[in-house]
Design a protein around this ligand. Structure first.
Ligand SMILES: [Zn+2]
Length: 298
C-alpha cells in the first residue's frame, strides 16, 4: 500500500478525468491520499472529493492564496475545522505556511495567516501540513512560539540543520518529484541520509512533476500514480527494498497524521484492542479471559 501524503486531487486540473486519475493510482497501489485544501472557498470540494474516493483531507489557507483571503476566513476555517472533527477523513490543518520564493507576495500578510492557523492547529490538537519555500527559518521561529503536535514539512528543500529542527518539533519531511531531478543534490542527500522515521512520500500532484515528465518539450501534469516510481528513486538512494520503503512510509504517515492512522484502522476504533483501551482490572483480567463462575458483568 502506498500513501500519497500530499496530493491536490481536488484541483480543477483533475475535474475532467478524476475517476481515471484515481483508478490509475489504485492500480499501482496508491490507495490512500491526503488532500490539503488551499482556500476557504475550496473546503467543501476538498472534503467531497476525499469522501467520494475514500481518501483523507486537510483544511487550511495556502500562503499563495492569502491575497484572496480576508481575516474573517480564519473564523470560517475554525468553524469548518470544528465541524470536520466529526469526520474521520479530516486529518490536519493545511496547507499553511510561507512562500518567500514567489515574488510580489505580502510577507507580513502570509505571516499573519500562518500564525493564526498554527494557533488553530494547537487549539484543536491537530498536526499541520506546511508549505516551505525559502521560509524554513521563519516557519520554525513561529513553531517555537506556538507548539503544535507536529505534522509534515511538505516539499522540504532546506539545510541539514533546518531538517533537524523540523524533525525535533515532530515533523516529517515530504519528498516527491523534486527528489527525482538529477540536479537536486541537497534534496537527494536528505532523502538518502535522513533517519527512517523522519520522512514521508508525496506527489503534490498536479504540481512538481517528476523528472520523466519534464524530459519532453511539454511539462506534463503530475499524478498520484507516479508515487511508486518516485519511491523507487528514494529506495535506490537509501539502499533499501521498495516494500520496506512502502511500509516505512505508512508508519511515518500514521505518526505524522494520527487521525490518518485511525482512518486506516476503522475496526480498531470500533473494537479497540482490549490491552490498549481497557484500564487494567484488579485481577489483571483481559476481555478474552473467561469470567469465573458466578461473576457477571455487573
Ligand atoms: Zn501543495
Amino acid at each position: 500500500m502506498w500513501i500519497d501524503t500530499h496530493c491536490h486531487l481536488d484541483a480543477d486540473e483533475f475535474d475532467a478525468d478524476r475517476d481515471a486519475v484515481v483508478a490509475r493510482a489504485r492500480a499501482v497501489g496508491v490507495t490512500m491520499q491526503v488532500l490539503p485544501a488551499a482556500h476557504v472557498s475550496h473546503f467543501a470540494k476538498t472534503a467531497a472529493v476525499a469522501r467520494q474516493y475514500g481518501l483523507a483531507y486537510a483544511l487550511g489557507i495556502h500562503p499563495l492564496w492569502v491575497a484572496q483571503s480576508d481575516e474573517a476566513d480564519i473564523g470560517r476555517l475554525r468553524e469548518a475545522a470544528r465541524a470536520a472533527l466529526a469526520d474521520p477523513r479530516f486529518v490536519a490543518i493545511g496547507e499553511i505556511g510561507l512562500d518567500f520564493y514567489v515574488e510580489g507576495l505580502d510577507r507580513e500578510r502570509q505571516q499573519w495567516f500562518y500564525h493564526e492557523q498554527l494557533k488553530l492547529a494547537r487549539e484543536f490538537g491537530l498536526p499541520a501540513i506546511l508549505h516551505v519555500r525559502r521560509s524554513a527559518d521563519a516557519l520554525l521561529r513561529e513553531l517555537g512560539r506556538i507548539e503544535v503536535p507536529g505534522g509534515i514539512a511538505h516539499a522540504f528543500n532546506g539545510s541539514e540543520d533546518q531538517a533537524g529542527r523540523f524533525v525535533a518539533r515532530g515533523f516529517a519531511l515530504g519528498f516527491g518529484g523534486a527528489m527525482t531531478y538529477d540536479g537536486s543534490l541537497r534534496i537527494r542527500r536528505h532523502a538518502a541520509t535522513l533517519p527512517d522515521t523522519s520522512w514521508v512520500l508525496e506527489t503534490d500532484a498536479p504540481d512538481i512533476p517528476p523528472q520523466w515528465f519534464r524530459d519532453g518539450r511539454a511539462v506534463l501534469r503530475n499524478e498520484p500514480c507516479e508515487l511508486p516510481r518516485m519511491a523507487e528513486v528514494m529506495a535506490r538512494l537509501r539502499g533499501v527494498e521498495l516494500d520496506a520503503l512502502a511500509r516505512q512510509n505508512e508508519v511515518n504517515a500514521r505518526t505524522a497524521l494520527p487521525r490518518l492512522g485511525a482512518l486506516l484502522d476503522p475496526f480498531a476504533a470500533v473494537f479497540p484492542h482490549p490491552a490498549a483501551s481497557q484500564p487494567p482490572s484488579p485481577g489483571g483480567r483481559g476481555l478474552k479471559a473467561p469470567l469465573p463462575p458466578g461473576e457477571g458483568l455487573g
